[in-house]
Design a protein around this ligand. Structure first.
Ligand code: UGA
Length: 437
């Protein structure tokens, strides 16, 4: 099919490349000429495993190109909207200005019978107003909402083989036409048996924010348990294993530690609460406020563990922070718990050296006051405490005996509960986990 993808950030760039990989003819459109030029050279400004390879392949075979010119979308049958919906400055609500700007720029080029499929995460009710806006310019065009569930770090496989597909379809005969177009786009995944939920706009919009709110709640639940475990001498990791065997609960997303961050979960639960307030349902989602408080408290708790381990004084002490990205296999530091803890420790007077294999440039742009190194050995050299905050493989697999020969103090704070406490203790370390006995 001929597709356009509007907005070539995380979601849009990956979606455009993956749609081309599936055999479609795709033009990606973004207002930022630097981003467009980089993507046309298969040099995306973000790190995502596998993305460069599929960009290279599909730019070369001619199925994919990027431009700033909206007119290039004119012959597309389906236009995907993948622009950002960041948090509004000084407010909890989502900023929809990029969504409306994209629709306004695109609408004059949408052919009669063509479909705009919104992928951005939006407050419930947005699709209805986007549809009205589109119809004013092109009454024969259609809108659907088709939320995206990809995870950073595995975004390529999540897009090519999603675990479910959701269509929010327009009412009336357009619903069937829109569905037929989307079925063609996703024919490979659908014929492989991927579950499809076809519904109305509001449900599709809510599915996305409900999923992220649930995941955030699950993480904060186990982090709350980690506080109780810490106070009682219990082990939250064993607790998570034991409750996770119950299929109704499940072990995934029950890892206690520094908490959730990134460009999605934190801002999505805030925007969801803001939307609920507008709907007169503020009380209904009050629990999400608690979810966020627990999440932010984890960062304070980990900083306090470092202070405690150094007998109350950080001033002048050398601390190695391992990890800056909000999760492994990403260079994204938006709302990153790891970076936040590093900044706190620096603020308390510690001499902080941060290591991360991918996220240093992004972190340094925000916090030039910290010291950075890509090499874990440079970070731990002479350190008095190691603080693991992003569970990159190379940090999980650090050899405690070898690390012991490099440091000045054998104290390790495992902010993601991924190290083997016994192995570290055997190598002479004082090990602190999060709610881990
Ligand atoms: C999240 C959702 O998982 C995706 O389904 C969704 O499409 C995406 O947001 C989005 O809205 O676009 P992502 O932001 O890539 O994806 O990150 P997650 O894998 O959900 O992790 C979020 C945070 O939770 C990370 O900081 C991670 O370290 C933390 N986490 C995760 C925990 O602290 N404990 C866990 O057990 C799991």
């Amino acid at each position: 099919m001929r597709l356009s993808v509007i907005g070539c950030g995380y979601l849009g760039a990956v979606h455009a490349a993956c749609m081309a990989e599936l055999g479609h003819d795709v033009v990606g459109i973004d207002v930022d000429p630097t981003k467009v030029a980089a993507l046309n050279l298969a040099q995306p400004t973000l790190y995502e495993p596998g993305l460069v390879e599929i960009l290279q392949r599909n730019l070369t075979n001619g199925r994919l190109r990027f431009t700033t010119d909206f007119a290039a979308a004119a012959d597309a049958q389906v236009h995907f909207l993948g622009v950002g919906t960041p948090q509004k400055r000084g407010e909890q609500a989502a900023d929809l200005s990029y969504v409306y700007a994209a629709v306004d720029s695109l609408a004059p080029y949408v052919a009669p019978g063509a479909l705009i499929a919104g992928k951005s995460t939006v407050p419930v009710g947005t699709a209805a107003s986007v549809e009205a806006r589109l119809k004013q310019v092109q009454p024969e065009a259609m809108l659907a909402w088709n939320p995206e569930f990809l995870r950073e770090g595995v975004a390529v496989s999540d897009t090519i083989s999603p675990d479910r597909i959701v269509y929010g379809l327009p009412a009336g005969p357009d619903g069937e036409k829109a569905r037929a177009l989307l079925d063609q786009v996703y024919s490979q995944a659908l014929s492989a048996g991927t579950p499809l939920v076809a519904t109305d706009f509001a449900t599709a919009e809510l599915v996305k924010v409900a999923a992220n709110a649930f995941l955030a709640t699950k993480i904060s639940f186990i982090n709350a348990m980690s506080e109780v475990a810490a106070a009682t001498g219990a082990d939250v990791t064993k607790l998570a294993d034991a409750i996770g065997y119950d299929e109704r609960i499940g072990r995934k997303f029950l890892n206690a530690g520094a908490g959730f961050g990134g460009g999605c979960l934190p801002k999505d639960i805030r925007a969801f609460r803001a939307r609920a307030e507008e709907l007169g349902l503020g009380d209904t989602l009050t629990f999400l406020k608690e979810v966020e408080s627990i999440n932010l408290r984890q960062r304070v708790r980990i900083s306090e563990l470092v202070v405690e381990a150094l007998d109350g004084h950080l001033m002048g002490h050398r601390v190695a922070v391992l990890g800056l990205a909000f999760k492994p296999e990403s260079d994204d530091v938006r709302d990153s718990p790891a970076l936040d803890v590093a900044v706190r420790l620096h603020g308390l007077g510690a001499d902080v050296v941060c290591a991360d294999p991918k996220a240093i440039a992004n972190a340094a742009a925000l916090h030039p006051q910290l010291s950075y190194t890509e090499e874990v050995t440079d970070a731990i050299d002479g350190a008095e405490v190691l603080v693991l905050l992003t569970e990159w493989k190379q940090y999980r697999e650090l050899d405690p005996a070898l690390a012991a020969t490099k440091v000045r103090g054998r104290i390790v704070i495992d902010g993601r509960n991924v190290l083997d406490p016994e192995a570290w203790r055997r190598a002479g370390w004082r090990y602190y986990g999060v709610g881990r006995n």
